[in-house]
Design a protein around this ligand. Structure first.
Ligand code: RIB
Length: 317
């Protein structure tokens, strides 16, 4: 229905704002009164199961498309019921699926527990996502080169992410889940997007305790991340907005205050919105301020893609 129409060289016939290269998962969600203890061995009872379309790549794509962006998703799903659920959700928002390949493997699945404050813990079984190859990305080189922004995350194999970043005119990377990546990939990020937890994992624990007059933690972390090589850095701070670091300066952007029902996929909504505004030529700080509003809107409903706002809903916040 919404596949990209291409020229002979593989470039899309109509302009795209964002190409997302990444994962699609069926989210199997259970509400819990509290999360199981950190040590193994505990069983907790939860709500009935809800199945939502998710996956960090598909989430970014739907978030941007619902706001009005022209988006394509390059990825892999299984030829199974979950794959159909994922395709239908993406098609509803007009995401181009010409490079979403059916794969002889189960679609990716995320098992998600959501607590009373909307906080979550997630385990991902990558399935088809793990079959996305560097070759898949290279075959889509004209598509990737055609878009002002390529948006990435880490639920697909690193060689595919790196190949996409190399081809991108501008690469936005949400380094989630936080895994070790080569310096070359970091240097291609503009920006590198992480939450506080991922920033701490990337930087390692501070060697010495903070002194009272030192800058607050996220500002310090943003500068330290910038020193790792990306062209710019965004740290998302949930209800507190985000910090943006570029050219040695750190800026804070606020988030509107909302009642959180389910925070699942809020970071993906943020990144999808950010990628779209950057593709439209907006400066990073303004794009991040808009993305923080989109992220806030996304925590007010259950699910990831199911919770993402339209432009009218963002303007009403
Ligand atoms: O970021 C949220 C997403 O992480 C969920 O939709 C789930 O699929 C996992 O990939």
């Amino acid at each position: 229905m919404s596949s990209v129409v291409e020229h002979d060289d593989g470039a899309p016939r109509h302009p795209l704002d964002v190409v997302v290269v990444g994962s699609a998962n069926a989210d199997l969600v259970v509400q819990v009164e509290r999360h199981p203890a950190p040590a193994p061995g505990e069983t907790v009872l939860g709500s009935d199961l809800a199945v939502h379309p998710g996956g960090k790549g598909a989430n970014q794509a739907v978030a941007a498309a619902r706001l009005g962006a022209r988006v394509a998703l390059l990825g892999r799903v299984g030829a199974d019921g979950h794959g159909r659920l994922l395709r239908e959700s993406l098609e509803r928002d007009g995401v181009d699926l010409g490079h979403l390949h059916d794969t002889p493997a189960a679609s990716g699945i995320a098992m998600i527990a959501v607590g009373p404050q909307g906080d979550n813990s997630i385990i991902v079984a990558p399935g088809a996502n793990a079959r996305l190859t560097e070759g898949d990305v290279l075959n889509a080189a004209p598509l990737l080169r055609s878009a002002p922004v390529v948006s990435l995350q880490m639920e697909i194999p690193l060689p595919a992410v790196l190949a996409a970043a190399r081809l991108a005119r501008r690469a936005v990377l949400n380094l989630s889940p936080a895994v070790p990546v080569p310096d070359e990939l970091l240097a291609l990020c503009d920006p590198l997007v992480v939450n506080e937890h991922e920033a701490t994992l990337l930087l390692g624990a501070p060697r010495e305790p903070r002194k009272p007059r030192e800058p607050r933690e996220p500002d310090r972390q943003a500068k330290e991340l910038l020193a790792l090589g990306p062209r710019s850095v965004v740290i998302t701070l949930g209800a507190e907005g985000a910090v943006v670091a570029e050219d040695g300066a750190v800026h804070t952007v606020p988030s509107p205050s909302v009642a959180a029902v389910d925070t699942t996929g809020a970071g993906d909504a943020f990144t999808g919105a950010l990628a779209w505004r950057l593709a439209a030529g907006e400066p990073l700080v303004e794009a991040a301020a808009f993305a923080a509003r989109v992220g806030a809107a996304a925590v007010r409903r259950a699910g990831a893609q199911d919770s993402y706002p339209t432009m009218a809903e963002v303007e009403d916040l």
